[in-house]
Design a protein around this ligand. Structure first.
Ligand SMILES: [Cu+2]
Length: 146
């Protein structure tokens, strides 16, 4: 009961959002009253933001996340926090063979320090591979592009 109410509420919110956007884009004739009768519910996925920010911590020669998930082609920002005194970085490769050139290779930083890495996610969905190039056997993970 409670859950279904929440689901309904979210559905109404989504419908309202779509309704407003549809009204803005198409000058709908009845924008204020069409919250549950939007004609374009299927466009929802195209409204997902093309940017994503990920927090990634390096500590004790390990990343705090083993899987990162981003939309295809998204503008990715990684807020990188190296809590170790030794240098770490973040690099993205097509797969775990990590054959150069990297899709993205962030400059290594010695900690404790933070930096920001920005790059564009691959346009092709799939499971890619990230690692710290200084510790390629200890600091690795899956970078999933959806
Ligand atoms: Cu490292």
């Amino acid at each position: 009961m409670g859950l279904s109410r929440v689901v309904l509420f979210k559905a109404v919110l989504a419908a309202m959002t779509l309704g407003v956007l549809s009204a803005l884009l198409a000058c709908s004739s009845a924008p204020g009253t069409s919250t549950l009768s939007s004609t374009t519910p299927g466009t929802k996925t195209t409204l997902v933001s093309g940017t994503v920010t990920i927090s990634l911590v390096a500590q004790n020669t390990a990343f705090n996340k083993s899987t990162l998930i981003v939309p295809a082609g998204a503008s990715v920002t990684i807020d990188f926090n190296n809590k170790d005194s030794v240098p770490h970085n973040f690099s993205l490769y097509a797969n775990s063979s990590a054959t150069p050139p990297a899709i993205f290779q962030g400059p290594a930083i010695a900690g404790p320090a933070t930096t920001t890495y920005k790059f564009t996610a691959p346009a092709t969905p799939g499971t890619y591979f990230f690692r710290c190039d200084i510790h390629p056997s200890q600091m690795t993970g899956s970078f999933v592009v959806q």
